[in-house]
Ligand binder design. Structure first.
Ligand SMILES: Nc1ncnc2c1ncn2[C@@H]1O[C@H](COP(=O)(O)OP(=O)(O)OP(=O)(O)O)[C@@H](O)[C@H]1O
Ligand SMILES: [Mg+2]
Length: 201
């Protein structure tokens, strides 16, 4: 049972919030249900399913990495899919409806500052070849990833990659048809399944 506290949120991205409970050197990437810009979203349900598809793609990429230790070394240690039961605000009230509780994974918490790799990859041969190696083993969505220690060929550590560009693929479907296809809806409506490597690992 994983309960997260808003006070332990240390960063936020376009899709997810990052939490690090005290005493744990771990980071939980928990996907948000919606953009927190307060604007109504006519495609809310589709966007929710898209986030689940993105989370699944990221988890699949981390799982794939485990068979390539020399590459896994350049990403946070992966502790598995980590479905969350609740998220509490500073007053102890549940804010779980803001999140897709099944869309969470756990990894080591890297100390430092992450920067987007894109744009820099041509200039840094070691980063370019690392991204190519990720792609070669099936982690084909590296375009949006960030890196800690970007300039250090030995310690460079990538985050935010996936096996596919699910955001691109599903956005295109929504743009073309006004909604997700029945097939994708069926695929992403169910919560992500528990993993044998779930959080305690
Ligand atoms: N394992 C980690 N250790 C430390 N910080 C992390 C870790 N994972 C993510 N972060 C921090 O959280 C930020 C957001 O994470 P991430 O990029 O994975 O989220 P996202 O919602 O996919 O964001 P983006 O808008 O970049 O696509 C990162 O830029 C980084 O600063
Ligand atoms: Mg991202």
């Amino acid at each position: 049972m994983i309960r997260l506290h808003l006070a332990d949120r240390f960063d936020t991205g376009a899709f997810a919030d990052l939490f690090s409970p005290p005493g744990e050197k771990r980071a939980y990437k928990l996907f948000k249900r919606r953009d927190q810009n307060g604007l109504p979203d006519p495609h809310q349900k589709d966007h929710e399913l898209m986030r689940r598809a993105i989370c699944d793609s990221e988890i699949a990429a981390y799982r794939l990495l485990q068979s390539h230790p020399h590459l896994a070394h350049h990403a946070p240690q992966f502790f598995g899919h980590a479905p969350v039961t609740d998220v509490l605000d500073s007053e102890g009230r549940s804010i779980k409806d803001d999140y897709l509780l099944d869309c969470c994974y756990c990894m080591s918490h890297i100390q430092g500052r992450a920067e987007k790799v894109s744009g820099g990859r041509e200039k840094l041969p070691h980063a370019a070849s690392l991204l190519r190696e990720f792609e070669q083993v099936g982690i084909s969505y590296v375009r949006d990833c960030s890196a800690f220690f970007l300039c250090d060929p030995v310690h460079i550590c990538l985050i935010d990659f996936g096996i596919e560009d699910r955001h691109g693929q599903l956005s295109e479907e929504i743009a073309m048809n006004g909604k997700l296809s029945e097939k994708q809806m069926a695929r992403w409506s169910r919560p992500l399944g528990d993993s044998p490597r779930a959080a305690s690992g």
